[in-house]
Design a protein around this ligand. Structure first.
Ligand code: GLN
Length: 273
């Protein structure tokens, strides 16, 4: 798709092949405009440079690249997050996990986020609960660099550790463990559809039955949780029964699931046995 220099913002909104929301986001990004600016400057004509820049962005979107990677940003829990191909794009579904984490962390508690990626959960929790001490792990140094940037962007302190699940934590104790681990089964057709094609496979799938990361987290949490403290995990739309069974089999108490905005059981958890 080639945008011609001289075309106006209004013309680009009327003629774009993109979804109108995506189109607005890319126009703002390419022209350095706010959403209000798009309206007040609707008769502004594009320069040659701007036309070229916009053409390239539109082409990336037409090729399927997620809008969040193209602009490098996504809002989550009311906060801005830098995102790139090293991290999963934060999903609105995961805001449920943040709300539950805020609610289940005792005053001045120590929280551990396993597989933090962009840092969306850890940074949002630290922002909402300045009394908390938040530690976040990831196996990917590239993801940790993104998470560090997001902690700075949102002016919160999060201790970031490179770790294969609990490896770097040893037997340190926490008052809450949370995670949005990879839970899509190997070969699931969703992995080859839409945004997921562009996201890091290791953040999406366990390359097994979809439950292996959840199993590892459930098995290792009792040794890292203080008495009566909560483990909370996001999981797939059809995994709540299996995750509750994992928790119950390990002796966790108060085992339960919570529904996301779509009414799907999306987070399950229990208290340390
Ligand atoms: N909820 C994501 C999706 O299906 C998957 C995230 C994950 O595996 N943790 O789009």
């Amino acid at each position: 798709m080639m945008v011609a220099a001289g075309a106006t913002v209004a013309q680009l909104q009327a003629q774009s092949p993109l979804d109108p929301l995506d189109n607005r986001i890319l126009l703002c990004h390419a022209l350095g405009l706010t959403r209000v600016g798009l309206i007040t400057q609707s008769e502004r004509a594009l320069t040659e440079d701007e036309a070229q820049r916009l053409s390239a962005l539109i082409q990336r979107r037409l090729d399927g690249e997620p809008i969040a990677y193209i602009v490098g940003r996504r809002e989550f829990y009311g906060l801005p997050f830098n995102v790139g191909p090293a991290v999963l794009i934060p999903r609105p579904d995961t805001e449920l996990l943040v709300e539950l984490a805020i609610e289940h962390l005792p005053p001045s508690g120590r929280a551990l986020d396993m597989g933090t990626g962009s840092g969306a959960i850890a940074v949002s929790l630290a922002h909402a609960r300045p009394d908390a001490a938040v530690t976040a792990l990831d196996v990917s140094p590239e993801a940790l660099a993104v998470a560090r940037g997001n902690a700075e962007l949102n002016q919160v302190a999060v201790r970031l550790l490179e770790s294969d699940w609990y490896a770097a934590v040893g037997d340190e104790r926490f008052d809450l463990v949370v995670s949005n681990p990879p839970y899509i089964a190997d070969g699931d057709r969703h992995l080859s559809e839409g945004d997921l094609r562009f996201e890091p496979p290791g953040a999406l799938t366990d390359f097994a039955d979809g439950l292996s990361a959840l199993r590892t987290i459930v098995a290792g949490a009792p040794a890292r949780l203080a008495p009566r403290c909560w483990l909370l995990m996001e999981h797939g739309y059809d995994q709540a029964v299996a995750v509750r069974a994992l928790l119950a089999a390990q002796g966790y108490t108060d085992v339960q699931s919570w529904r996301d905005l779509a009414g799907i059981e999306r987070v399950s958890g229990g208290r340390r046995p």
